[in-house]
Ligand binder design. Structure first.
Ligand code: MG
Length: 352
């Protein structure tokens, strides 16, 4: 589909739907899929173009249609200065109660634009040292033993693996991976465990097998059970589904050891940065996650990576038709481009 172009005061917004093809069918506790819809966005001001992206995995409740409908309503004609990010993004946020991926696409494009205007990458603007980037984990979805072994071998360059758990195959998954590698693992249960005693027993079993933290072990509604597990678990817990936005961080304090920040949940880079700084101030761990995304949203998130404890920024590595190039992974470690903004460039003719 052709890009939609809309003049919006001194800004020009362009956006087009795009479908990411996954290299492998991906299964988590909630289901399987082989494609992910995204919308690629450009925001132009004074001849400078910022790039943004909305990624819509099915459980977020957004689609090409809802994101296009949201973007069609964005009218920036009331803003003359792109540096008024607090005002601009507050306006975008109040257009609808949810649509966090659509909001993130505008936020990322605006940050990319501003970084280019300042001629600096965002990790430098935020004061972070690019030498301090973490290793990124590589995700192994729930699958048959044969496929899991193959995926673990393919993940050879990565220093830490993220394992999807939460079905009745949890022990098989871990034992299969341990046949192939002794790398540290992190476990994402996606709310799949139902009872806290079962959770604690599994936490010990996993800790004994080199799992370093547990992501969203039980349903987010079970606040007391998650808090009890965090209190008793030998390894830290990280809230993912339970923490979407800045306002949720306070509620996670005392319930989980840390939070997983994702741009598509929290409306973009501005709020992600605020969440990371707040969680750090509260003494919580910070994990930086992603959806299946192109190098656009991944490189935007990666600007925060020097300050986080754990990064799971493999979204662009799982797809075969990335529209951009940006953040790279060398020997398992996140490498930030030194270029301004979010540090991406177009990847061949697929982009437009
Ligand atoms: Mg998760």
């Amino acid at each position: 589909m052709q890009a939609i172009t809309r003049k919006s005061g001194r800004f020009t917004l362009r956006y087009r739907p795009y479908t990411l093809e996954l290299r492998h069918v991906f299964t988590i506790a909630a289901g399987s899929r082989s494609t992910t819809p995204v919308v690629l966005v450009e925001l132009e001001y004074d001849g400078i173009i910022g790039y943004g992206e909305a990624s819509m995995p099915p459980y977020l409740g957004e689609s090409h249609e809802t994101v296009l409908r949201f973007l069609n309503r964005v009218d920036l004609s009331g803003f003359n200065d792109p540096f008024h990010t607090a005002d601009i993004l507050a306006y975008v946020d109040q257009l609808a109660p949810k649509n966090t991926a659509a909001k993130a696409s505008v936020d990322i494009a605006l940050h990319d634009l501003l970084g280019k205007m300042m001629n600096q990458p965002w990790h430098r603007i935020w004061g972070y040292n690019a030498a301090h980037t973490p290793n990124t984990s590589f995700t192994i979805g729930i699958d048959t033993a044969e496929v899991v072994r193959r995926k673990v071998r393919e993940a050879e360059p990565y220093k830490i693996l993220k394992v999807k758990l939460g079905l009745d195959t949890d022990k098989m998954m871990i034992e299969t991976i341990r046949e192939v590698t002794d790398k540290p693992l992190c476990a994402d249960v996606n709310q799949g465990w139902r009872h806290r005693e079962e959770g604690l027993e599994m936490a010990h079993w996993l800790a004994d097998r080199g799992v370093v933290f547990l992501e969203q072990p039980m349903p987010k509604e079970e606040v007391d059970d998650n808090a009890w597990l965090t209190e008793n678990s030998p390894i830290p817990t990280v809230a993912d589904e339970a923490v979407q936005r800045l306002e949720d961080v306070r509620g996670a304090f005392g319930v989980y050891s840390g939070i997983n920040i994702k741009l598509m949940k929290c409306t973009g880079m501005r709020e992600a940065h605020q969440m990371a700084e707040l969680a750090k101030a509260l003494g919580m761990k910070v994990m930086l996650g992603c959806m299946t995304e192109t190098s656009c949203a991944i490189s935007a998130a990666a600007q925060l990576s020097p300050v986080v404890d754990w990064a799971d920024l493999d979204g662009a590595l799982l797809i075969s038709n990335d529209a951009y190039r940006g953040m790279e992974v060398t020997d398992g470690k996140v490498v930030l481009p030194p270029t301004p903004g979010i540090g991406i460039r177009l990847n061949g003719p697929a982009a437009g």
